[in-house]
Structure formats: structure tokens, C-alpha cells
Design a protein around this ligand. Structure first.
Ligand code: ADE
Ligand code: ZN
Length: 326
């Protein structure tokens, strides 16, 4: 087997997937029709043609527009189920899924609708596909910390349905420290905590995430390489980075996959993992990310095994499920 074949076949965990970013244009159109909504695009092709991004914000604008077709519990369930079928096909055996409740509650969709629709799909994935799944509630960082507190409050009646909280959306200008108090509260409540940092934002945001928010993982974190002392600390403390190579390419964080920092992150001894971020928008699910990265960077079989092992080490799976998986 080649390293690329091994990457496709090896069992793995996915730790950085926004479920709203798994909404394929075909499903956006189908849900719009089911819900009697009209879209500002004449066809699936026209929508897909609009997926030409120059940076994170240019993507987020279209990503939030796509999510506006989600109204009912079945819509959230169907979206997540479509993702689980893709994950299963890519030999993903465990997945930790981000969702953005504020995108939906701001449109009048109840928190219960969002969480119950996603949670029932997670249970079904475990029962019918053997894929374990957990949900991570993300706060939108372009909104206020008060809004995040209100979102936490609204979600607490459903707390058994999610294992942690994260921080996503427009990074630059919205440092992690903006959310210090709400993350402290979430830690007190016993939630796992992660945050996007160092995708477009500076290494100082990664430092704030680990020092101030006390995050257990960093989502993206590719700009850590600009600060050698930070890299040394992330390596020493085994703080994982959930890296998303095709996202970095499509959002122009890197110009070419051959310049992607994944190999440098591994060589620095970091617990880096491969993930798809928003696979419907960035050109591929887990194995597209894994295989294309292996080929572009000429990664070895040992690198592939390290990446798969890192994905389980970095995960929040229970001890019993971990024993089954590793
Ligand atoms: N929301 C969905 N995908 C995201 C990303 N890559 N960065 C920040 N927020 C996001
Ligand atoms: Zn992300």
C-alpha cells in the first residue's frame, strides 16, 4: 500500500467539522423546496459557482446564507445524516461535530429544534453505522460575549446532548479574550473547551486561547509556526491542532497544498490532525483532505499512522470507546 492508500483506509477520528459546512448545494436546494423558501441562486450549479473564496469572511457570508434553509428538526437530522454517510465511507469511526446555534436561533429557530435534530442523527450514526459522534456547541465570535452567555443559557436544558463548546466565525478583530468569562463558566459546568485560533489571526490569539480560555485543543493553529516558543509549548503540553488542509487552500491561507505547513507541524512534534472543516464548500471530506495532503507533501506511511493516532489521542472519546478504537 502507498501512503495515500493507507491514509484512505486507516480508521480515523474527525475533530473539526462544522455540520452546517457539510450542507451540499443539492441539499440546500432540496431543503429550500421542502420549506417553501426561494434562494438567490437559480440553480445548484450557480450556487456552486459562487464558491470562489478569497478569505474567511467571503466564505462565511455564503455559508450563513446556505444555513438559512434549515428550519425544522428533520432538516438538521437530514444534514447530519448525509455527513455521517460520507464519514463512514472515509473510515471515520469517531467524530466531534461543531454546530453554530446562533445562526439558527437568530432566525427564530428554537434551540431545541437544532439540538434534537442533530442529536438524533448522532444516535442513529452509532446504531446504524457504528460511528461514534458527539456535538460541540460553537459561539460566534463576531457576536458579543453577552450573546454567547444567552446562547449557553438556552442550551443548558439540553446539556446532555453536547460535550463541549468552541469558538468560530470571523477571527481577526475578535480575540479569544473577548470570551474569557463565558468560557470560564463553561469550564465550571464541566464542558470540554476548544477554540479556532491562528487560522487567519496571529499566534497571539493561540496564546490567548490556551492561557485565557484554557482550551484543550486549537482549531487550525497553523500560524503557530510564526512563534517558535509557542510551538515548543504546544508540543510539550501535547495541545492538539485540528488542521484543515483543503480549507486553508480554499480560503487562501496557503497558495498551494505543496506549501501547506502540515509536514512542518508534524516535524515540530505537534499533535496535529487532519480534518475537513466545511467539506461541502472546500472540495472534499476527510479522505480528500488526507489523501491530497499526503500526496502534496509526500508524507510517509509513518506520518499517516501518526496523524491517525493523533486524531484519537486528541479526541474526547470515553475511555471505553477509546479502548475499542485504539
Ligand atoms: N465557521 C465555519 N467554518 C469556519 C472556519 N474555518 N473558521 C471560522 N469559522 C468557521
Ligand atoms: Zn472551522
Amino acid at each position: 500500500t502507498t501512503p495515500a492508500q493507507l491514509a484512505a483506509a486507516i480508521p480515523k477520528a474527525e475533530l473539526h467539522i462544522h455540520i452546517e459546512g457539510s450542507l451540499e448545494p443539492e441539499l440546500i436546494f432540496a431543503l429550500a423546496q421542502r420549506n417553501g423558501l426561494s434562494l438567490p441562486y437559480p440553480s445548484v450549479e450557480a450556487l456552486r459557482d459562487a464558491y470562489a473564496f478569497t478569505n474567511l469572511q467571503s466564505f462565511l457570508d455564503i455559508y450563513y446564507a446556505g444555513a438559512s434553509v434549515l428550519l425544522h428538526e428533520a432538516d438538521f437530522h437530514d444534514m447530519a445524516w448525509a455527513y455521517f454517510l460520507r464519514a463512514k465511507a472515509d473510515n471515520v469511526v469517531h467524530t466531534e461535530i461543531f454546530f453554530d446555534p446562533q445562526t439558527h436561533t437568530a432566525r427564530g429557530v428554537p434551540m431545541a429544534t437544532v439540538i434534537q435534530g442533530l442529536s438524533s442523527a448522532c444516535e442513529r450514526a452509532r446504531a446504524e453505522l457504528g460511528v461514534s459522534a458527539a456535538l460541540i456547541l460553537c459561539f460566534l465570535r463576531h457576536l458579543s460575549e453577552d450573546d454567547a452567555f444567552a446562547t449557553l443559557e438556552a442550551a443548558l436544558p439540553y446539556r446532555q446532548h453536547f460535550i463541549g463548546v468552541g469558538l468560530d466565525s470571523s477571527e481577526v478583530g475578535h480575540p479569544p479574550s473577548k470570551f474569557s468569562r463565558v468560557f470560564a463558566r463553561c469550564r465550571e459546568l464541566g464542558f470540554h473547551v476548544v477554540a479556532h485560533a491562528g487560522e487567519e489571526g496571529p499566534p497571539a490569539y493561540i496564546r490567548e486561547a490556551i492561557d485565557d480560555l484554557k482550551t484543550e485543543r486549537i482549531d487550525h493553529g497553523v500560524r503557530s509556526l510564526e512563534d517558535p516558543a509557542l510551538v515548543a509549548e504546544l508540543a510539550r503540553r501535547r495541545i492538539p491542532l485540528t488542521v484543515c488542509p483543503l480549507s486553508n487552500l480554499k480560503l487562501c491561507v496557503v497558495d498551494d497544498l505543496r506549501q501547506h505547513p502540515m509536514k512542518r507541524l508534524l516535524d515540530a512534534g505537534l499533535c496535529a490532525t487532519v480534518n475537513s472543516d466545511d467539506p461541502a464548500y472546500f472540495g472534499g471530506y476527510m479522505n480528500a483532505n488526507f489523501v491530497q495532503t499526503v500526496e502534496a507533501l509526500d508524507l510517509s506511511r509513518d506520518d499517516v499512522i501518526t496523524l491517525a493516532r493523533n486524531s484519537f489521542e486528541a479526541s474526547f472519546v470515553s475511555a471505553t470507546r477509546r479502548a475499542e478504537l485504539m
